[in-house]
Design a binder for this molecule. Structure first.
Ligand code: NDP
Length: 452
């Protein structure tokens, strides 16, 4: 690769999933790469998102497992939960991953600055703490997204998913604003850990975008597990009492809700504040995102963006793929674009749900003639349990071609099952291919090939 007159061939702003992957791949192609990170190397997924969240999900699921264990003949009296112990264990694992990501950059000869970088021109950034200006042939913005805190009196008493991993104590009462991914995942965690949880949403639904049958099943199960819901209830204000307890006033006409912690999970906005985009002539899109073309190029030819900051699909594996494709295209002579078709996703609620492809309603709108196959079953592990929690799988099939367009699942281990099934959807397999596959018995996943 020819050495340019710039300090670096590539300067990446943000060392999260997308930025680290892009840096490593570009460096592997011989580019001179630097990356700046103002918080911790690893980004949202690793430091304050998917990874620590999943550890909390595992921790909270032991509560359920202990119930099952008793049903299966075990004596479990005396089991106790220690929040500080879990919190600190999770923090240690985050430290481990932070170090591993840092080592990855170092071993790939990527220079990293633990500093905030702002764009000062099409080929230059300024590092805020050091005041140094650095030039690069190409700049990649991979600054991710940041939790939205709607404006209401008392918002300063509330926390977001950034702070939830660091609570001093396990709160007795938790109110969660929003009913999307983060709200439903933390509602499940806190509920299983024994907290009183109320989910408050501005609309009348949970998990907009997922198949309606999964949402209704999750709502029914979580209500039976004790999660309270208040719908059509935007926040009015949050008051803090002298004893530090909080009182959440909502606009549904109902009584205010007492809480020890109020978690606001009302979406994440592209993280562009103060980035200096105007210095490269880049204007934001209507959702606050950085508009890019299929190659991730912004309106400034030397500036690119990947991941949540572009607000295409806010998922870690997509940011990683976009970062990888960017570096292969720009530095590896291997042009390639990310396919956004058949992206699997999951909500680690309890029980979890997972999906790939269009929902039934979306497929009816786009494909017209479709066939729907469902399985409503009692997971075998729950057989001794007094709680009737049934799993539910749905296949959306194109009637004309028999191709399986979508799979939607709620039930234990649904994300694990769906990841494998998503291969079949991506490969364009048909319902007949599913039917021709021998069931693996006894399992929940066998329901996938037994729907007639
Ligand atoms: P989501 O977009 O999933 O949900 C936002 C929720 O907040 C919705 O219920 C929405 O209401 C409500 N809401 C939106 N705007 C406002 C507002 N201004 N005032 C009040 N309520 C509002 O956001 P999350 O914060 O939960 O997650 C952000 C993103 O992070 C997700 O989109 C996802 O891409 C990613 N993520 C993925 C995870 C996974 O893959 N398992 C886990 C966690 C996050 P309404 O019902 O009207 O839509």
């Amino acid at each position: 690769m020819p050495q340019s007159a710039f300090d670096y061939d590539l300067f990446v702003i943000g060392a999260g999933s997308g930025g680290v992957r892009a840096s490593r791949i570009a460096a592997g192609h011989g580019a001179r790469v630097a990356v700046a990170e103002e918080f911790r190397i690893g980004g949202t997924c690793v430091i304050r998102g998917c990874v620590p969240k999943k550890l909390l999900v595992y921790a909270s699921q032991f509560a359920d497992d202990l119930g099952h264990a008793a049903d299966y003949g075990w004596t479990v009296e005396g089991a106790r939960f220690d929040w500080p112990k879990l919190r600190d264990a999770v923090a240690r694992d985050v430290d481990r991953l932070n170090a591993a990501y840092t080592r990855t950059l170092e071993s790939n000869k990527v220079t990293h600055f633990l500093d905030r970088a702002e764009i000062v021109g099409p080929n230059s950034v300024r590092l805020k703490a050091s005041g140094e200006t650095v030039t690069a042939a190409k700049i990649l913005i991979a600054t991710g997204a940041w939790p939205v805190m709607p404006e209401f009196p008392g918002a300063e008493h509330c926390i977001t998913s950034n702070e939830v991993f660091h609570l001093e104590t396990l709160p007795a009462r938790v109110v969660i604003a929003g009913a999307g991914y983060i709200a439903m995942e933390f509602a499940g965690i806190f509920n299983a850990l024994g907290c009183a949880v109320t989910v408050v949403n501005r609309s009348d639904t949970i998990l907009r975008g997922y198949d309606i049958d999964l949402r209704e099943r999750l709502l029914a199960i979580t209500r039976a597990r004790g999660i309270a819901y208040r719908f059509d209830a935007p926040f009015d204000r949050v008051e803090k009492g002298e004893d530090s307890s909080l009182l959440v006033h909502v606009t549904d006409g109902g009584a205010p809700i007492a809480a020890d912690v109020v978690l606001v999970a009302t979406g994440r906005r592209p993280n562009t504040a103060g980035l200096g985009l105007e210095n490269a002539g880049i204007a934001l899109g209507t959702r606050g995102e950085i508009p890019v073309d299929a190659d991730g190029r912004t309106s400034c030819p030397s500036v690119f963006a990947v991941g949540d900051v572009t607000d295409r699909v806010q998922l870690t594996p997509i940011a990683i793929r976009e970062g990888h494709a960017f570096s292969d295209t720009q530095f590896g002579g291997k042009p390639g674009a990310v396919s956004y078709e058949a992206i699997p996703s999951a909500v680690f609620s309890q029980p979890p749900l997972a999906s790939v492809g269009p929902t039934e309603a979306e497929a009816r709108a786009t494909h017209g003639d479709i066939r729907i196959f469902t399985s409503d079953f009692r997971p075998m592990k729950n057989i001794f349990s007094e709680r009737i929690e049934r799993g539910f799988y749905k296949l959306v099939v194109d009637a004309a071609t028999d191709r399986v367009l979508g799979i939607h699942m709620i039930g234990p281990d649904a994300p694990e099952v769906l990841q494998a099934a998503a291969i079949a959807v991506k490969a364009g397999l048909t319902k007949a291919d599913f039917d021709a596959t021998v069931a693996l018995h006894p399992s929940m996943a066998e329901e996938l090939v037994l729907m007639r």
